[in-house]
Structures are given as structure tokens and as C-alpha cells.
Design a binder for this molecule. Structure first.
Ligand code: GLN
Length: 333
């Protein structure tokens, strides 16, 4: 009886290892690298969509950039294409700011003061604030994200920013800088975000000074990252909160699960449901053209390609991640 049981387990392990060779550590390297190479070839001529232009500096970015990176919980990094080209992190920053707010204040404050439901509406929707009694409903759309900044510790812009930027640096495992031209460009044109913050403030769903928190939010969106940085940053989420390159715990595992849950409900805005249905990985996009996706315990992937669809999600990054996730049998559902 015991022997039969052991035999069954042995066979199960054998089947699992053979069926998902990318799961085993040693053969992973050639497999993931060749998947990235294939993905690059398959989508290198994709030209659908267009750069964001409501932030003038983003319209000027070369639309042809295409970078792919995967980082694993073992600290392995695989890359293909323009992976060292800096670009603005934009809304992908919201994931890491949310993580900091949770670590500083505990996860319940996000439920109570921001919300964790999907809006199903555009990332900068004012209608979402008016439609929902709770007003802000999710930390990954602009309203909830700017309000999340207002929850962070820090008396003034400088003190908030120094904690937040050091927090991002920990995830990237290097000192990140700000693209000042993007910051200036967005600061000059962010009347819409200001209106959102003022509106939330009028409903007592904003927790500090509008000017200060809007400036910090705009700065966080202007942080320069490479595709490789994003994969490394997201690999902390894939590794349950411990940085694969430093072995330092940055987040509690409970908070990682919650951040991944919110990425699933709103990471790609009004297309989040379709993304979950098709790809099945928590993900987050930014109008700079980056997208990260996380396969818990297995890998993080980042893709950069500036042309966006109507929801503000990179067209080619979605296609590439979908392809990579299929090849790695990564759908969590
Ligand atoms: N900084 C941008 C904004 O506030 C971020 C939007 C995005 O990446 N979806 O509009």
C-alpha cells in the first residue's frame, strides 16, 4: 500500500516536471531565453496603436522600441531587444506605491480609505468617482492612486518623495532617476488629475494637500526604468515579497497577495476582465508603454513597446506577454 502510494507520487512528480520543463530550475535558462527570442521575432513588425500624446513628452518617444525581460525568484534574468532603454514607469508605479502604503499603514486602510473594487472605466475617469458612492474605488486607477499617495507618511513633498523613491530603488535594486522632461510635461498638462484630486477632496476621500500629493504622484509616474528594471521590480511580487537578488523581504506575503488581487481587478483598467480571461496573470500597464505581469512563485515578465490601445495599454506588450504566458503555461486560473 505504502509502496503504491510512493510510486504514485514519484510518477506525479515525473509527469509534472516533464509536462512543464520551464518549471524546473536547470533547463529553464534555454527555454525562457528561446521563448523571448521567439516572441521578439513574432511581434517585431507589430505596429498597431499609438503613443500616448496627452502627456506631450510621451508622444516624442520612439514608437519602435521593443524590450522583453523575465526575472525569476531564483534571481535569473532573461532579456531580448531594447531592454536597457529608459522610459517612464507611469502607472506601473501605482503598484509599488500601493505596496508602500500597505506596509506603512496595514492593508485594511486601502479597503477603508481607497477601495479595492474594479471601476470598469478608463484610468482617469471622473465618472467613476461620481458613479460610486465610495468615490475612489481602486488604488490602480488615477483617483485611487493619487489618494494612495496622500496616505503615505511624510509632512511635505520632499519627505514623501525621499521615502517613496528609496522604496522604488529597493525593488529595482539600483538607484532610479526621474525623467525631468516627462515630469515637466505632465505637470504642465495635468489639470485632469488635479480635478480628480480636488473632487475626491470635496468628498473627504483625499488625505492631504492636493498640490503636494499631486506633485509626488506626477514624479512617481516620471521615474525612469528599463524593461529589465521592471522585471526585477516585479520579481519581488513573484517571490512572495522577498527580493530575489538581495534576499531582503520588502513586503509581507499577505500584502503581496492583495497587491496581486488588485492588479487582477484593475491592472489593465477597463480591459482587466478580458486580460484575466485571456492571459490569466495579474498585470499592470503604464502609458509609457510598459506592462508587468506576475506568475506567483515562477516568474515576472516586463515588456516595453510605446504604442497603446484605446484603454492606454501597450498593444505589443499585451500580445507578447500573452504569448510568453501561453508558452510557459502560466495562466493562474
Ligand atoms: N501619469 C499618468 C496619468 O496620471 C499615468 C497614467 C497611466 O499610465 N495609465 O495620467
Amino acid at each position: 500500500m505504502k509502496l503504491t502510494h510512493s510510486l504514485i507520487i514519484f510518477v506525479q512528480v515525473l509527469v509534472l516536471t516533464c509536462a512543464s520543463p520551464a518549471l524546473a530550475k536547470s533547463p529553464q535558462k534555454p527555454i525562457i531565453q528561446s521563448i523571448l527570442d521567439d516572441t521578439y521575432q513574432k511581434f517585431k513588425h507589430e505596429e498597431s496603436g499609438k503613443n500616448a500624446d496627452y502627456i506631450p513628452a510621451l508622444a516624442k518617444v520612439d514608437s519602435t522600441y521593443f524590450g522583453l525581460a523575465v526575472a525569476t525568484p531564483h534571481g535569473e534574468i532573461y532579456t531580448k531587444g531594447d531592454v536597457n532603454q529608459p522610459f517612464s514607469i507611469q502607472s506601473i508605479s501605482k503598484v509599488f506605491t500601493l505596496a508602500l502604503a500597505m506596509e506603512q499603514k496595514g492593508p485594511q486602510i486601502i479597503v477603508d480609505k481607497i477601495g479595492v473594487n474594479a471601476t470598469g472605466l478608463a484610468f482617469n475617469s471622473v465618472t467613476a468617482i461620481e458613479l460610486n458612492k465610495a468615490r475612489s474605488v481602486n488604488p490602480l486607477v488615477n483617483a485611487g492612486a493619487i489618494a494612495t499617495v496622500s496616505l503615505l507618511d511624510g509632512k511635505n513633498e520632499q519627505s514623501k518623495w525621499s521615502v517613496l523613491s528609496a522604496w522604488y530603488d529597493n525593488f529595482a535594486n539600483r538607484k532610479l532617476s526621474v525623467l525631468e522632461d516627462v515630469y515637466e510635461s505632465e505637470s504642465e498638462t495635468n489639470g485632469h488629475n488635479r480635478a480628480i484630486a480636488e473632487l475626491l477632496s470635496s468628498y473627504n476621500r483625499f488625505y492631504g494637500d492636493v498640490d503636494i500629493n499631486l506633485a509626488v504622484y506626477t514624479r512617481q509616474c516620471s521615474v525612469a526604468v528599463t524593461t529589465k528594471d521592471l522585471a526585477v521590480m516585479a520579481s519581488v511580487l513573484a517571490n512572495n515579497g522577498v527580493h530575489p537578488l538581495t534576499d531582503k523581504r520588502l513586503m509581507s506575503s499577505e500584502n503581496v497577495s492583495r497587491v496581486l488581487a488588485v492588479m487582477t481587478t484593475a491592472g489593465l483598467y477597463e480591459n482587466s476582465g478580458q486580460w484575466a480571461y485571456q492571459v490569466g496573470l495579474p498585470a499592470k500597464s503604464g502609458v509609457g508603454g510598459g506592462i508587468i505581469a506576475v506568475s506567483p512563485g515562477r516568474f515576472a515578465v516586463a515588456v516595453f513597446s510605446p504604442r497603446l490601445d484605446g484603454a492606454g495599454n501597450s498593444v505589443r506588450a499585451q500580445q507578447a506577454i500573452n504569448f510568453i504566458a501561453e508558452k510557459l503555461h502560466a495562466n493562474i486560473f
